[in-house]
Design a protein. Sequence first.
Lengths: 486, 296
Amino acid sequence: MSDAKKKKKKPEGPNKLKIKERMKLPRQDMPAQNPSDRVKNFNEVPYGLNDEQAFQEALRCLECPNQPCVDGCPVEVDIPGFIRLILEKDVAGAARKIKETNSLPAICGRVCPQEEQCEIVCVIGKKGKPVAIGYLERYVADYEREHKLVQLPKIAPPTGRKVAIVGSGPAGLTVAGDLIKLGHAVTIFEALHKPGGVLVYGIPEFRLPKSIVQAECDFMADMGVEFQNSTVIGKMDTIDELFEMGYDAIFIGTGAGLPRFMGIEGENLIGIYSANEYLTRSNLMRAFDPDEYDTPIIRGKNVAVLGGGNTAMDSVRTGLRLGAENAHIVYRRSEIEMPARIEEVHHAKEEGVQFHLLTNPIKFIGDDQNRVKAMECLKMELGEPDDSGRRRPVPIKGSNYIIKTDLVVVAIGNASNPLIPQTTPGLDCNKWGNIIVNDETMQTSRKGVYAGGDIVTGGATVILAAGAGKKAARAMHKYLMEEVKR
Amino acid sequence: MPKVVDNKQIGPMVWKMLVNVPRLVSKAKAGQFVILRINEHGERVPMSIAGLDKEKGLLTIIYQVVGKTSALMTTVQAGENISDCVGPLGIPSHVEKWGTACVVGGGIGIAPIYPIAQAYKDAGNKVITIIGARSKDLLLYEEEHKAVADELFICTDDGSYGHHGFVTDPLKKLLDDGVPIGMIMTVGPVPMMKFLSSMTRKYNVPTWVSLNPLMIDGTGMCGGCRVQVGDETKFACVDGPDFDGHLVDFDLLTSRLGAYREQEHKAMKHFLGDPGCRLAESVKKFKYPEEQAGTK
Ligand SMILES: Cc1cc2nc3c(=O)[nH]c(=O)nc-3n(C[C@H](O)[C@H](O)[C@H](O)COP(=O)(O)OP(=O)(O)OC[C@H]3O[C@@H](n4cnc5c(N)ncnc54)[C@H](O)[C@@H]3O)c2cc1C
Ligand SMILES: Cc1cc2nc3c(=O)[nH]c(=O)nc-3n(C[C@H](O)[C@H](O)[C@H](O)COP(=O)(O)OP(=O)(O)OC[C@H]3O[C@@H](n4cnc5c(N)ncnc54)[C@H](O)[C@@H]3O)c2cc1C
Ligand code: SF4
Ligand code: FES
């Protein structure tokens, strides 16, 4: 009888360890460049797990029957499923498993806020540290790419339907990938000269190497997606003209690309950038490498970045790498309210970034050449909760002080770009300029026009944009097959 | 990749480039601009539309060598491709029937003001054109303007051709004489646009200027092109490039244009010194204005 009991308890999959044994395994640390070296270069900070580390980490998964991690993932990646394949030494299979629901695992494994999605609900994390799902996701995607195991999926026979996608960020790329597989002809129109959206112009090389984004776009092209870069929809062609050109359905994934400024005195001085401009100069135009690239960038000695999100962390860490002696984050709330990923705040601290919390700038001060030289700030304290549920910062009277700075980066968020709404009659937007869609189908107020990603939600995350793309692709396929006659 | 079908020198340090971009040309209107990137390592440079051949799909760009990228542009041979040409960008110049309209072009601005003059004319306006340059050899597009303008005034700073003086002289005379000008549109160097706008203010005639701040994307994404217009901050690439000259803070624009002077000069020096750079001899002799002053 005791024998039979034992047998029952024995796990069936490739993981022969007992639950208790798995719980004892330590979480693998991600090897990374040390802080004093990495602030001098733009290379990626974490190196990634090696095969042995990945295997050891995969052994920690408890294979819980109710799979809370899958529910935690916005696109419901079969997490225990891909982890099991790592243990079966079918790493490429693991990558394919993730790609069933998330086409961009090499990217998401690097930039997803796993600590608030899949890992936060991980059962083993209640007692110790959660399974490093993000590290494993990155590992399998990198393994597949580096070992050249990426297979072109089967493409359905041509349906004769044509789809136009506006914007090549994660939302647009996801729609393109899904619809091309179903046999539709897909063209992506991108305003910039390189596809990828924020993944290429915003997120820095040291967090997401551009070669990885390029590989994803190349893969799309190999599947047959046509890229028309340097094409601004709303200027070159309008949405209605795209229909006239023979496109049967259109997806708008133009992101949240209009930078907000503080609206305070002196904001147009030289040396005050929006985060978009600063990061675009450094990432897309590669101004960090002046021997090779022509676009200039101001290299401040005392860099002050306003804001507490990922964009602010990316900016301040870029500032350090461009030679800043002092790099400051100036944020009007306290650390708990900072929207940036914990990992990024941690990296910034390790690199020596100085945090000025509960601090708000009220004025920029320039020199005789209109270059910023200082910033006047006010100390804040937290009051009652506001609409966002976070406690509202209120200024402390008379607490004014000066921060010396020769480069300010304003990273307080983006609004949506009005170019397409302005030129598309009948496209409904809310009062913030975000396109209104049906939550299930992502269809807009215009027939055959779908939208998703930051243009709908306001600045959010890569995986939410990709998830919206998945939903839209499903509905667009149905629309194309049922309502578009050929 | 867009093909350059012609690229030749038409004046001291001034070139004319024709780019084959039929789709862009079919959509473009006077007053708009494009952004070019010459090669994969290059900057994105904004250039005004100085002519549109809708039949052949050709875009005309008139450019002056002022630094590395414009110097690099001169090395593109007819038949070669450049990396990108995105556009049309910006809002087309506002056109209506005012009765009489005046266009004023200074220096390199003489070229982009020409399609605007044409658009005014097509809308049924009497067009008075005033063009000016430092000297006769820097004067462009005289024939083109002659063909469109109902009245044409030519000015040179040194008196080598036409009226000896600034473009504001004939304009002031017209206004003093009570000519009923409904609109004055100006493209030219910032000091000229500033001076002209302050001159016309007391006559209360609408005066618009085409601004040229530094830009990157040209789609409203970076805010690098911001200009101060009245008490508002505007993004010139999407809200402009045309603005009410009576409200523009020209001094701020001038200082912002100098934001990268040191880095630009270094890049240019380096480029001119590169033996492999295929530059014409005349371009190799390039000097910055302050250096020219120094050598005299
Ligand atoms: C600096 C920074 C760091 C971030 N870090 C993270 C992170 O660590 N993790 C995370 O999950 N998220 C992060 N985000 C957020 C994430 O990048 C976005 O939520 C996501 O990229 C949105 O995807 P999207 O497809 O909606 O749009 P985008 O990525 O914004 O792409 C939109 C594309 O559309 C193009 N476009 C716009 N208008 C037009 C037009 N009229 N015609 C043609 N093309 C047009 C744009 O040029 C752009 O390429 C970060 C964002 C920034 C700015
Ligand atoms: C909307 C717009 C339309 C333009 N149209 C034309 C055009 O039709 N023909 C033309 O020759 N130029 C035009 N320009 C200016 C042109 O973009 C710049 O001359 C060019 O970017 C200079 O690059 P560079 O590397 O050669 O010089 P840089 O080394 O970058 O600059 C050299 C000097 O030129 C000045 N400069 C740089 N950029 C600009 C600028 N955007 N505007 C004015 N001065 C600048 C700088 O202050 C610097 O002192 C336009 C600019 C804008 C924004
Ligand atoms: S996509 Fe993001 S949330 Fe989903 S499993 Fe991967 S890392 Fe976790
Ligand atoms: S050039 Fe970037 S917003 Fe105008």
